[in-house]
Every structure is written in C-alpha cells, then in structure tokens.
Design a protein around this ligand. Structure first.
Ligand code: TYD
Ligand code: MG
Length: 453
C-alpha cells in the first residue's frame, strides 16, 4: 500500500528548524517547547524560491553601472549611523525587539521625517487601527501629507498598494501579522513569516522601495521570532533596553551595507523617542560622588567610547556558600576576576558575597571592563571610595596582569571630554600613546599596583 503523502511538518518558532516529528527541544537552537505543526503545502509560486531578478546572464562587475548605493537619511542621526549612513534604496531591514519597546514609535517618527523631506512613505500596520496610529501620531507631532497609512495584512493587497503609490520607503508593522493567501499556515507561523518576508524582499529588489519590517521577539514561541528571518534580510537591527528604564539601545546585528558594531541610543519620553547624542553623559548622570564600590570605566561600542559606572557591593557572607551576582555584565567573568583577586592579592573573597552591576541598565561584556570591576570590588571590600575624577580600563589576565586594550586613545579622549582628571590604564597602552590634555595617565602592569594606589 502506498503511504499517504505527509502534508504537515513541525517547525521551531524560534529558528525555523523543520522536523518530521514533534520534539520537545529544538535540535538546532535548543529552545524548549517551540515546535509547532504547520501545513507543508505551498502554492507553486511560493515553492519555486527566489525568482530571477535582474541579471540572468553572467556579467563582470565592471559592467554594473551605478555601484554606489543610494541612501535615504532617516532624520535620526543615531538610526542613520547604525544603518551605516541612512536607509539603502531597495534594501530590506528587519527591526526586532520585545513588544512595547518602541519599534512602532521609532519607525513612525522616522517615516514622518523621511516624508517631510518630500519622499513618499507608506506605513502599513497589521496590528493597530488607524485611530490607534493617529493617537500615537498626535503624541509625536505633525504628520506630513506625504506619509500614507494603510491597515492591511494581506500581502497581495499590500503589493498592489505599493505598486500604486510607489513610495521611497515602506514600513511593515509587523511581519508576524502579515499573510500571503498562497500559504495555508496561520499568520505568525514560520512558513507564513518566511513567505511574507520572501515576497517583501522581491518587492524591494524589483521596485527599489526600501522596506523596513518590524518583528516581535517572543519568548513563548506562539509566533515565529525574528531569528527565523535574519538570514533572509539585508540588515537586522535590534531595539533593546529595559522597558521600565527610559533609554533604549538600537544595535546592528547584521548589515550588508555597513558595520554591525554601531549602536544608537534613544530615550523614550512623552513625545516619542529622542536621540541621546552623548550616552556617556547620560549614563553617568546622578553618580554618587564618594560612595565606595563605584568606579567609572570606558568600554567601546563599535567606534564609540562609552563611559559606564561599575558598582560592586561586597559583604561578609552569612552562609558557607558565597553569593555572586552580576547585572549588565558577564557573571562568569566576575567570578573569574574574584578568583584572580583572591589568589594574586591574597584577599579572602571566598568568604564574601559580591554583587556587581553596571549602572543605567546597560549591558556590556568587553574585556576592558575587567580593571574597573576589580577596582570596584576592591573599593567596596575595603570600604574606601575611589575618587570621582578617576576612570579605569584594561583587561585582567589570570595571573593578575593588566593587558593592553584596543582604541585606548579614543577612550582617554572621551574621559577627558567629560571632565575626568585621572585615567588608570594598561602600561602597554601608555607607552604607545600621546599625552591627552587635562588628564593624567597612570599605567599599570598588574592588579597588585592598583591595590597600592
Ligand atoms: P510601541 O512603539 O507601541 O512599541 P512596539 O511597537 O515595540 O510594541 O511603544 C510602546 C511604548 O512606548 C508604550 O508603552 C508607550 C510608550 N510611549 C511613550 O512613552 N511615549 C510616547 O510618546 C509613545 C508614542 C509611546
Ligand atoms: Mg508596535
């Protein structure tokens, strides 16, 4: 007897992994309970893959006429920087983030700014009614006439609308609400989200419209997350931050037209998002002047130095087993640094609980934070404040040596700009560096030297 053809498969809603049988844990991304059964049947148009776009004959690169991509400035210099200098014509960008973080607000504000420069923009919402959008728009400010709204989830009709309006930029909010009638699966499922993204990609490349799509990050696996489509799009940005803190960080994760090291910092206020051009100043705002356990350090986000305050609290452990906690930085790194301090400085830290925190809710993992963490722990342990004019950075190795870090000069300049007067940094960096006005450089080779100071 011939076997009936299988018409469904199980898809991981986190990463898109396909499996014939249900499994509790996705073998690819290790997410638990993320497999959902979806129909396999696709219309021929969907199944055939990428359609031939422009070039069907092999050509040499020298024959391609316009090699410089055209970019549309978004009006937000923070957003432009993360994108690599504006939105590229005909590109597909994915903006991911937790629900409620401000993705719709960011794109609505950017859309309004682009449209006010006389480029037509089409904003498609599958989540909110026109009334809801209008309500948000009144908080943000005036909406130019060139910005058109459409509440739609059907991709056929969206393509028709894009064809009619020919916008320069199109926003699709969100990809998880969109559906292509040719696919049977429900909106938000892996097959539907992939098909919708594939069609938007084709639309962007064929028409030259720059398309920005919103993708919610979901923890419960009820809808397919942005990870499913990361490889399909040109640029992936994540909007993150604590929902309850005002500031938000926009981070580039993938960028076919620029670097992925850049971040943009925004603050959510009553009138939408505003840019924070100098995040260091913002992060250090409200710093206590002579509290023990607080040290300012300088890490890099791409080409941008960022001054952050490391806070440590070291207290005598009341149980036999010391408690360690790290917020905003790597927990394992903190444990390693404490072991190094115990061994190399002879401090009895294994009898102490330690809590390490980066102020402002920022997350950083760069090795150059090490020295700041060591100094903060030391300061709290001895209950002696570090002077508020001091900034410290450097990588700490397992024998307690302080190793050189990259872009030391930029970090020192940023610290000097914000009024710091002393910088403790790796000796190897000082040797290669010119003096920076207004700041004294103290080069150290090991953490033992820090203890003495
Ligand atoms: P939203 O853009 O709807 O988030 P997302 O699209 O990522 O789900 O933003 C939602 C939050 O932002 C909401 O909690 C309200 C807040 N908000 C402000 O604080 N100020 C404002 O001006 C706006 C428009 C929103
Ligand atoms: Mg939204």
């Amino acid at each position: 007897m011939a076997k009936a053809k299988k018409t469904t498969a199980f898809f991981c809603q986190e990463c898109g992994f396909e499996s014939a049988k249900w499994v509790g844990q996705c073998p690819a991304c290790k997410a638990w309970n993320s497999m959902v059964e979806e129909p396999l049947k696709m219309a021929p148009a969907a199944a055939k893959g990428i359609s031939p776009l422009v070039a069907q004959e092999a050509v040499s690169l020298a024959d391609i006429p316009d090699r410089k991509e055209r970019r549309i400035p978004t009006g937000f210099s923070e957003l432009d920087r993360v994108l690599g200098g504006g939105i590229v014509e005909g590109s597909l960008t994915l903006l991911g983030g937790d629900p409620g973080i401000g993705k719709s607000t960011l794109l609505l504000q950017a859309a309004a700014k682009i449209a006010s420069e006389a480029s037509p923009v089409l904003y498609i919402s599958g989540e909110e009614s026109l009334q809801q959008i209008a309500l948000r728009a009144t908080r943000i400010g005036r909406m130019p006439a060139e910005l058109k709204f459409l509440c739609e989830t059907d991709l056929d009709r969206i393509e028709a609308a894009a064809d009619k309006l020919r916008p320069a930029v199109m926003v699709v909010d969100s990809i998880q609400t969109m559906s292509a009638p040719s696919v049977e699966a429900s909106p938000g499922s892996v097959s539907q989200v992939r098909e919708a993204t594939g069609r938007l990609m084709r639309l962007a490349k064929e028409s030259g419209i720059a398309i920005l799509i919103v993708g919610h990050v979901t923890k419960d696996g009820t809808v397919a997350g942005p990870r499913v489509l990361e490889h399909m799009v040109d640029t992936v940005l994540y909007f993150e931050g604590d929902r309850y803190a005002a500031y938000r960080v926009l981070r580039g994760v993938k960028n076919r037209f620029g670097s992925t090291n850049e971040i943009g910092v925004f603050e959510m206020c009553g009138e939408g998002l505003i840019e924070v051009p100098n995040p260091s100043e913002y992060l250090l705002d409200g710093r206590p002047s002579d509290a023990s356990g607080a040290v300012v350090t300088c890490s890099m986000e791409g080409t941008r130095p960022l001054l952050v305050e490391v806070q440590a609290l070291v207290t005598k452990s009341s149980f036999g087993f010391p408690k360690r906690q790290a917020a905003g930085t790597d927990f394992n790194r903190v444990s390693v640094l404490m072991a190094v301090m115990e061994k190399r400085l002879g401090l009895p830290l294994s009898q102490y609980d330690a809590y390490v925190n980066l102020a402002g809710g920022i997350r950083q993992r760069e090795p150059s934070l090490d020295l700041g963490i060591v100094m903060a722990i030391l300061s709290s342990y001895r209950n002696e404040p570090v002077s508020s004019g001091v900034v410290a950075f450097g990588e700490v190795g397992l024998s307690g040596e302080v190793r050189a870090v990259t872009m030391a000069e930029l970090r020192v300049q940023e610290a000097a700009k914000l009024g710091f007067t002393t910088c403790i940094l790796p000796k190897a960096n000082v040797r290669k560096m010119k003096q920076v006005k207004g700041i004294t450089l103290i080069g150290v080779e090991s953490i033992a030297e820090v203890r003495k100071s």
